[in-house]
Design a binder for this molecule. Structure first.
Ligand SMILES: Nc1ncnc2c1ncn2[C@@H]1O[C@H](COP(=O)(O)OP(=O)(O)OP(=O)(O)O)[C@@H](O)[C@H]1O
Length: 242
């Protein structure tokens, strides 16, 4: 799938981020095409969350530029155009699922009938009146995802959305990401599970705060001669240290 002809959702140039004593990202450059599911893959500690935080504008940065949908990351007008789901579900456990979503819809000034639409999208309709605190971890993350879908943002930034989900729910979620992409949404999805690569249109492989590859799965496999992305990643890392 070509990259060049697509509009740009996110442009990162020379991004440097320090967290505590560590320089987590050191002059990172990358471009995320619009209208695609882009997987941000890399081992724990690679800097995925830090990059996502910089893209949604909640990370203090020490150098470089992050442009999102043509605006500087964090610009107030991006609040409704970008949906972000953190690793830990950020919902009110003492409210029902519907109450949570109504609250977030009000904050985002999303239409009130959006609550039913997003509940349906994440297949949580039957839990509409359940207190969020009584849901399983996977169900809570889907409520967080539903909240991010309110107002139909143009870009969805999802930090490890499939962690802790059973294989059926993981498949359903990836199917949903595909449908959102088909409707024109841009998605950036992080994961440390390399086998999720096959569900992405493009892959950004990260290690130690640097980009190891920016390619499609097919390009990666062809370039390295590996059978799967995990082995392709290892081959690229070894190539880099040689
Ligand atoms: N609040 C913080 N203060 C200092 N260092 C931090 C902080 N948060 C993260 N780091 C460091 O930044 C580096 C990158 O962390 P980050 O969370 O971005 O990685 P990640 O790829 O998202 O990992 P994971 O998959 O485990 O979430 C790690 O070395 C981590 O120890």
């Amino acid at each position: 799938m070509g990259n060049e002809e697509l509009a740009t959702a996110v442009d990162v140039a020379g991004l440097t981020v320090r967290r505590g004593p560590h320089t987590v990202l050191d002059g990172l450059d990358l471009r995320i095409p619009a209208g695609r599911v882009v997987g941000l893959l890399g081992p724990s500690g690679a800097g995925k969350t830090t990059l996502l935080r910089a893209i949604v504008g909640v990370q203090q940065v020490h150098g470089g530029r992050v442009t999102v949908l043509g605006r500087p990351a964090g610009a107030p007008e991006l609040r409704r155009r970008v949906g972000y789901v953190t690793q830990a579900p950020s919902i009110y456990t003492d409210l029902t699922v519907t109450e949570n979503l109504r609250y977030f819809a009000t904050v985002l000034r999303a239409p009130s009938d959006d609550v039913d639409r997003v509940l349906d999208q994440v297949d949580l309709g039957r839990y509409a009146r359940t207190r969020a605190g009584d849901l399983s971890g996977g169900e809570r993350s889907r409520v967080s995802l539903a909240a991010a879908l309110l107002g139909a943002p143009e870009l969805l930034v999802l930090d490890e959305p499939t962690v802790g989900l059973d294989p059926v729910l993981r498949r359903d979620l990836w199917d949903l990401f595909g449908r959102l992409r088909d409707d024109g949404t841009s998605l950036l999805v992080s994961s440390h599970v390399m086998d999720e690569a096959s569900r992405c249109d493009r892959l950004l492989l990260m290690r130690d705060g640097a980009l190891v590859a920016d390619a499609t799965e097919a390009e990666l496999l062809a370039r390295t001669g590996a059978d799967d992305v995990e082995h392709a990643f290892l081959a690229l890392v070894e190539e880099g240290v040689r």
